[in-house]
Write a protein that binds this ligand. Structure first.
Ligand SMILES: Cc1cc2nc3c(=O)[nH]c(=O)nc-3n(C[C@H](O)[C@H](O)[C@H](O)COP(=O)(O)OP(=O)(O)OC[C@H]3O[C@@H](n4cnc5c(N)ncnc54)[C@H](O)[C@@H]3O)c2cc1C
Length: 438
């Protein structure tokens, strides 16, 4: 039987990746917070992150980090956002350590690795499973908070709105429709990889918030800024997400070679340039993949530094200490999204967007490697700070909400279609065969 439950909270957060979890931890503990997620808590892109988190190593590195981010972003970035990102980076890493994140260290010092387009080694990591370490630690901290209520398998289907104000959101779990009235709502619903056939992302991420923003005329930005990662494990299409071979592998020295065994590109150039070089090579050699070679590296080092990639490739019949890894590009990240200001506020009053679903403009046209988790940390904290300072002035407004007639699967499919249409409209050359309409 279908049931409708009306509920009032102070803050509703949708999404349990780095940006949703971290924003919840930075909200005042006297606020009642509901954190909802469409699957289980861990099923996020955050959990999949391998390479690490960028940070300015010290004050002297801030300017160079800013320049690297701008250069990778083709100078289309929001410079003020980039400055904030770089200046506040180290404090976020220290905060994560204080929360219990166990980054790799050497003699009590953080270990830094390198990835494409970074001038120096400045990426902290937990072997090649950084995201899992961050996600699990943040979830543990969230579960310790009595003021944060977690709703898993609960799907955001719409926001509740009156004129230019967000009043809450409608979520569905099984046969229950929750009309959640909140003083502030944070969308932390991640990327759009699920609408592509060929993606490194969790397939469940189909851009629901983007579809909702389009429906309500909430401002969006840079819908054509879609990042293609150069090195996803090549295998025949199975309708599942593709295994990423982290840029950190190239950062540690792995070489890209074509099927004739020749190098064709500097592996540490920005992602868009390396992806284009691979596409050119695939055309020239009439092949579906190029090879990534790390067989010349010490075997024990490979297994210790990249245990996840090693074991995942082994499951697919490739021993990366002896065999080349066949790779080809795949959709990886969305630099565009719901337009927000430097406090992560959208164009709709009392609605915030953080993480990959938002567009602070910090990445410009091409994200610098390992800047995404950092953006999630820095700008979700901005959202929380803004909410902490302004929420006491807001009264809850109740507006009646109709029963949702469609089932969640139909809503998901419709949102997927809306997002695909928006991408096709904005991105030249993106045609139907790239997309997964399921
Ligand atoms: C394979 C891979 C490797 C990566 N490696 C790195 C890296 O090394 N460093 C780096 O900085 N970045 C990396 N990234 C990018 C980075 O992981 C993501 O951009 C970042 O984690 C996004 O965090 P988020 O909080 O915005 O969203 P996510 O972590 O993706 O979480 C999204 C959340 O929203 C929920 N959600 C979505 N729609 C709904 C809905 N309708 N109703 C309810 N809940 C919903 C989901 O269930 C999920 O909980 C990588 C990405 C991938 C895919």
């Amino acid at each position: 039987m279908y049931k409708i439950i009306n509920k009032i909270v102070d803050v509703l957060i949708v999404g349990s990746g780095v940006s949703g979890l971290y924003s919840s931890l930075n909200l005042r503990e006297d606020l009642e917070i509901l954190l909802a997620t469409k699957s289980d808590l861990q099923r996020t892109n955050t959990s999949l992150a391998q390479g690490g988190i960028s940070t300015a190593r010290d004050k002297n590195d801030i300017e160079l980090f800013i320049q690297d981010t701008l250069k990778a972003g083709k100078y289309k970035n929001n410079v003020d956002a980039v400055k904030i990102l770089a200046k506040e980076s180290k404090s976020k890493i220290i905060d994560l350590i204080n929360l219990g994140v166990d980054f790799d260290i050497d003699n009590n010092n953080l270990k830094y690795t390198k990835e494409g387009a970074h001038s120096i080694n400045r990426i902290v990591h937990i072997k090649d499973k950084t995201g899992e370490g961050v996600e699990d630690t943040l979830i543990n901290r969230v579960k310790e908070r009595e003021n944060i209520h977690i709703y898993e398998y609960t799907y955001l289907v719409d926001i509740i709105k009156d004129k230019n104000k967000c009043l809450g959101a409608v979520l569905i779990k099984d046969n229950i429709q929750f009309n959640i009235y909140a003083k502030k709502v944070i969308l932390a619903t991640g990327g759009i990889g699920g609408v592509f056939k060929n993606t490194t992302n969790q397939k469940i991420l189909n851009g629901d918030s983007i579809a909702i923003a389009l429906k309500h005329n909430i401002k969006l930005k840079n819908l054509d800024y879609i990042q293609i990662h150069p090195t996803a494990f090549f295998e025949e299409e199975k309708g599942e997400r593709r295994l990423l071979i982290s840029e950190a592998v190239r950062g540690e020295g792995a070489k890209l070679i074509d099927i004739k065994g020749e190098r064709f590109i500097d592996e540490l150039l920005p992602r868009d340039i390396v992806s284009k070089a691979i596409f050119d090579q695939l055309r020239k050699t009439n092949s579906s993949y190029v090879n990534l070679d790390l067989t010349f590296m010490n075997k024990d080092y490979i297994i210790k530094r990249f245990p996840y990639i090693y074991s995942e490739c082994l499951k697919r019949g490739v021993d990366i200490t002896k065999d080349y890894i066949k790779v080809s590009p795949a959709q990886h990240y969305f630099m565009g999204g719901i337009e927000v200001n430097l406090d992560s506020k959208t164009s709709l009053e009392n609605l915030y967007a953080v993480g990959e679903t938002s567009c602070t403009g910090v990445h410009g046209a091409n994200r610098l490697a390992s800047n995404s988790l950092l953006e999630g940390l820095v700008f979700s904290k901005k959202a929380s700070d803004s909410i902490n300072n302004t929420i006491d002035d807001i009264n809850i407004t109740i507006k009646s909400v109709d029963k949702i007639k469609k089932d969640v699967n139909d809503i998901r499919k419709k949102n997927t279609k809306i997002v695909i249409e928006a991408i096709k409209e904005n991105c030249e050359g993106f045609d139907d065969e790239l997309f997964d309409y399921r």
